[in-house]
Design a protein around this ligand. Sequence first.
Ligand code: GDP
Ligand code: GDP
Length: 435
Amino acid sequence: MIRGTVAIVGRPNVGKSTIFNRLIGQRKSIVDDTPGVTRDRIYGEVEWLTQKFRLIDTGGIQIEDQAFASQINMQVEIAIEEADLIVMVVSCKEGVMSDDMVIARKLQKTNKPVLVAVNKVDNEQLQMQSYEFYQLGLTNPICISGVHGIGIGDLLDEIISKLPEKQIKPYEGITSFCVIGRPNVGKSSLVNAILKEERVIVSDIEGTTRDAIDTSFKVDGQEYMIIDTAGIRKKGKIYENIEKYSILRALNAIDRSNVVLFVIDGIRGITEQDKHVAGLAHDAGKGVIIVYNKWDAIEKDDKTMDKIKKEIRAQFLYLDYAPIAFTSALTHSKVNQLLPLINLVHDNCTLRVATNVLNDVVLDAQMMNPAKPHLGKQLKIFYVSQVSVEPPTFVLFVNDPELLHFSYKRYIENKIREAFGFEGTPIHIIARARN
Ligand code: GDP
Ligand code: GDP
């Protein structure tokens, strides 16, 4: 369970992406001496003392051809909007610069916790220089060195202790879903189309506070929640169209949902950016429905749908479990199929199968097609147990977990799906040694 989102802000070259990489423990973003180099990866998960949080490097969110001042402005605003805690990075090498003061002044106005990390404190002598950062009027500076890994543990302790207590949990007893996709695929049109269906009773649309951005509604006594409808509806804000920013928003929405509607623009067809968005849904382990929208605007004959289905399957191999819906938010065509699909997928995400039947299925599969020996050793599955739901997770108790090859895992997964369905939900399979 993710405890919240932490954003790193600061002017270029203070060491934000170095620290980001250090914290997420992988070299996922590009570090370069040129200020403002575009980074590939701007978010990741950090685990510290059994706590997990999401980390964003706002330095990686950029608008092309914008002046430096407006870039910084945007980064700080996004941090204030999206994060639960902000780490402002400064550099003891350069000392307090006027751009640092500009950022600090903006951060002084937020009521979210702000930490100051003085970077490039590569040795103890340099610590004295950190005092000048009291001028920023924020909290006590924490000395670190991103390159040498000094003080990183202290920074993490401080983050964990200041991160507000807040559990991001899907709503209990309600089916919650979000609608994600590139800008202009028709997300807000779809939400409006769903809410205009005859039997829908909306109880709360667009609250004024940040927490009331979810819309709840009832159909035939069943309650649903659309997550982050404000994000979907809010139009005309320049940031909304920045890909990296829309991805951050999507991540937060996915966290709080049971089912994700991943929307593709039928007029444009599948793009690279769609693949990125689809990956988010799959990685999160949530139920997924692929919605091919703007179906009204496509020239078609009786073969078109099958052709597109094939193309979707080929482009999103890992989403082979996700059902595909063809909709038009404009004419409302097939929009009424979405709620029944959401119900089905949510049921599958929470499905528990009987242990004896599960064991019959998996052990039969093994008997029909035993694993190929690896380095002279043969995998042996003794029994299986479903340990959790959302996503359904199965533990295979085996002689040696190292022997479970990817392709054999896939085979077992397919057999489980053949027997029990699980349409719309990823399933996880883990091997453990039998004691
Ligand atoms: P960003 O623009 O704020 O993301 O900064 P980068 O992470 O790209 O770092 C800018 C430069 O500062 C790079 O040359 C880094 O190697 C260097 N740098 C980062 N952290 C440290 C540090 O702790 N000590 C020293 N001496 N240099 C650092
Ligand atoms: P969002 O940015 O993903 O929320 O997309 P919008 O809902 O704002 O839609 C973007 C544009 O696509 C608008 O001009 C919509 O009228 C149009 N649009 C949305 N859904 C459909 C559809 O099913 N068919 C057609 N023809 N246009 C659509």
